[in-house]
Design a protein around this ligand. Sequence first.
Ligand code: XMP
Length: 319
Amino acid sequence: LWTPGNIIDDAVSRVQEMVGEDEVLLGLSGGVDSSVVAALLHKAIGKQLTCVFVDNGLLRLHEGDQVMKTFADNMGVRVIRVNAQKRFLDALAGVTDPEAKRKVIGNLFIEVFEEEAAKLKNALWLAQGTIYPDVIESAASTSGSAHLIKSHHNVGGLPSEMRLKLVEPLRELFKDEVRTIGMDLGLPPIMVQRHPFPGPGLGVRILGEVKEEYADILREADNIFIEALLRHDLYHTVSQAFTVFLPIKSVGVTGDGRRYDYVVALRAVETVDFMTARAAQLPWDFLDEVSRTICNSITRISRVTYDISSKPPATIEWE
Ligand code: XMP
């Protein structure tokens, strides 16, 4: 009989059998799949699991703290947080091409992860949040997790004395099943039900060169949009929603005068497979409220736009 409980028990005993007394390493991103793997492995092997969470400075507002709170503080999972914000921003200085940015971020992630892995001399296993759709469409997929998998898959780059064996406890599960067992394992609903977030994070939501100032402004604006979607019960009516930072300036006017500041675009899409998508028809009053809140509370933003493009011809992300 298929129940979340059975799947968890089954996975727990398989992992225990597989790794025995060995230590296991996991790259925790805060996304659904790696989070569920962390919770599952913690249940199975407790302190034999060490998670490495790389803060690349391109995460959403308070995301790093939330990951630490959920896993380290609340669940007692051993998590090493690597504060690599400055390294990522330095590496991204002057890089404007979207694919070049992806490469910089992906390669640096591997570099940072390997440095941490090398310190954990006893780890013999690398856990990954590979799920069934990743297995079947591994090559050409553009789905959120597949990209991350690609970076994580680069275990060939690990120091040669560290031949890590792979443990992939979600390999036979679909996304819905992963979410269900995540809830059963006690992860917070917001973490389990969250929209996909690209591996390069805000790096591909800041058009052109990434700067800390832009990332800080974008985090605030995006948080206003997402909190409003949640408050109005609209978050789960769309497949993915986020804010994009446009590094151009636009004239605006506030009570005491003229301003000349940045622009953001709100994006919310409905899609089944993320291969095609259409812009969500969010209520006008709602968009109006979000736009006002953003312009009133973030002084560096003078204008908010709503992206009505479909995919194709546009893509979901702007880069
Ligand atoms: P696009 O923009 O290609 O996005 O229509 C389709 C889905 O893929 C996500 N996406 C990415 N995920 N690394 C990722 O992990 C990436 O480089 C990347 N680019 C796009 C996007 O958020 C959407 O869910």
